[in-house]
Design a protein around this ligand. Structure first.
Ligand code: B12
Ligand code: SF4
Length: 451
């Protein structure tokens, strides 16, 4: 079968809010994992319409060139309207083509996704196995079949489940095919050298922060240490210079971090990399070996400068611990990025300003600030429902059924204490007092133009 895998183009609204220079262009790892698994049996093409800055209207041309039997599209909530445009465009242009949609939003809202009649199949959870089986069955012209984690249009399902079976461990699949898209065009401003790629060494997170939806997903999975380093060796061989590890929590186990780093050093792999960590999972014994193995930056979800807010967030650490951990990492020579959530429920103006001041005091190499959203299905969301801040209806579900109702459906501020003007003002203050991605990009540009 000829299988076209598509990363949707970014909507104009996202482009407008994040200036072209401040954007990173990151690879869509999920599609590259699918491609490497399907390639042995099928003819696969991956098109990253976001990278190539194509629009939905260019899909018919792509279809004419490649003539796919199946089009698979990946999805996140913010691009849902675009995903549906692609599906409709594909069906109008080539009615016989089979459309399959997978990815984070489909796994969370399967019934809502299948309510769109131009979507023939959906795949939930880890996609490699069900997608390969689907392609094989369709190739044999079978029409009536059951595949775990795959649902078909038009059938009446009493419920939808996502099974995370042992044989779907990431290590059972080939490494993502990083040559399936132009690997040399992916970059991240934070990387000391580009091109940059993404990689994962684990899936899920065992912690239980009140606002986070990662904890709701699959059981925590760790990859084998040697497989991680094997993949890094392959990345280096391709000519990629830096890696952003996308795991929620790379530093969860000290022995594992040490083993991976020592193996990188032993094999002489020369790559820059950065990881995400938690304030209370970073340990002094990790830092030196991480740095020697190529780590340049650790990204912490610090989130607040107020102990009372950290307690409501269920972060499990306090402001004192934040100061100690950041000081320790900076003293080691590694760079630190910090993420902060402003206007968490229960916060007054002085708390928000306090977080901004706290961030500035920490003297981080880079910061990200955002207004707190209540993501559906999280503890924070249900707490807001009980407190009467939200209606209890899941707006993401409604948006997945009907994106024409407007993007404000998935932008639900967690707190109702502040006006939009006040929230914008908080962001302005935060950006003016701290170094953000915008500053980093400006500095990089200035450096380039001065030669
Ligand atoms: C890396 C990452 C990013 C990167 C790269 C995004 C990308 N396109 O890959 C960046 C920083 C750009 C990013 C941005 C955003 N992200 Co993000 N991101 C992640 C993160 C941490 C890892 C994704 C990943 O690489 N996973 C590993 C791969 C192997 O898994 P996967 O992507 O899920 O793919 C597998 C399956 O889903 C499935 N599959 C996926 N696509 C398809 C397609 C088909 C046809 C099939 C059959 C199967 C299939 O098979 C794949 C292989 O097993 C996830 C959290 C997580 N733990 O997954 C959030 C996550 C995907 N992001 C999320 C969000 C909300 C965003 C933003 C909207 C944030 C924002 N407010 O701006 C933007 C969206 C912008 C965009 N254009 O994508 C949410 C999605 C929630 C939702 N309901 O849609 C997640 C789940 C985080 C969370 N818990 O809230 N993100
Ligand atoms: S915020 Fe981070 S540490 Fe907390 S549950 Fe989510 S991914 Fe895990």
């Amino acid at each position: 079968m000829r299988v076209l895998l598509v990363n949707p183009p970014e909507v104009d609204e996202i482009k407008a809010t994040i200036s072209a220079h401040a954007r990173n262009n990151l690879v869509t790892l999920g599609l590259l994992y699918l491609a490497s698994h399907l390639e042995a049996d099928h003819d696969v093409k991956v098109v990253d319409m976001s990278l190539s800055e194509q629009t939905t209207s260019e899909l018919p041309g792509i279809i004419d060139d490649f003539r796919p039997d199946i089009i698979g599209i990946t999805s996140v909530i913010t691009l849902w309207g675009t995903v549906l445009d692609l599906v409709h465009t594909a069906k109008r242009h080539a009615p016989d083509v089979v459309t399959v949609v997978g990815g984070a939003n489909v796994s969370k809202y399967p019934a809502e996704t299948l309510s769109h009649k131009d979507i023939d199949y959906i795949v939930v959870g880890i996609g490699q196995k069900p997608m390969l089986e689907l392609c094989n069955r369709l190739e044999k012209r079978e029409r009536d079949f059951d595949i775990e984690n795959c649902y078909v249009q038009g059938r009446d399902y009493p419920s939808f489940t996502t099974v995370y079976s042992e044989d779907c461990h990431i290590d059972n699949f080939p490494f993502p095919d990083r040559l399936a898209t132009p690997y040399d065009r992916y970059y991240a401003s934070i990387s000391p050298e580009n091109p940059t790629t993404s990689m994962i060494t684990s899936m899920g997170c065992p912690y239980k922060c009140a606002y986070c939806s990662s904890r709701l997903e699959q059981a925590f999975q760790l990859r084998k240490e040697t497989r991680v380093v094997d993949e890094m060796a392959e990345i280096e061989q391709i000519g990629i210079k830096s890696i952003l590890f996308q795991d929620d929590l790379f530093t969860i186990r000290l022995s594992r971090v040490k083993n991976i780093c020592e193996d990188i050093i032993r094999r002489g792999i020369k790559l820059n990399w950065s990881v995400k960590s938690r304030i209370d999972s970073i340990r002094p014994e990790m830092l030196d070996v991480m740095q020697r193995a190529g780590c340049s930056n650790i990204h912490f979800g610090i989130e607040s400068g107020n102990d009372s807010t950290l307690r409501r967030m269920k972060k499990g650490y306090d402001v004192k611990k934040v100061r100690e951990s950041i000081k320790m990492v900076k003293a080691s020579g590694l760079q630190c990025t910090g993420n902060f959530m402003l206007a968490y429920p229960g916060e007054e103006e002085e708390d928000v300003l306090n977080t901004i001041e706290f961030a500035a005091e920490l003297d981080l190499n880079m910061t990200h600030f955002g207004i707190t959203y209540a993501m559906p299905m999280t503890e924070l969301f249900y707490e807001g429902v009980r407190a009467g801040r939200h209606s209890g209806k899941d707006p993401w579900s409604e948006f997945t059924r009907n994106p024409d109702k407007g993007e404000d459906l998935f932008r639900i501020y967690a707190s109702n204490r502040f006006s939009n003007d006040q929230l914008n003002r908080f962001l302005e203050i935060a950006f003016s007092k701290n170094r953000t991605l915008f500053d980093l990009n400006k500095e990089k540009q200035a450096c380039q133009s001065s030669g």
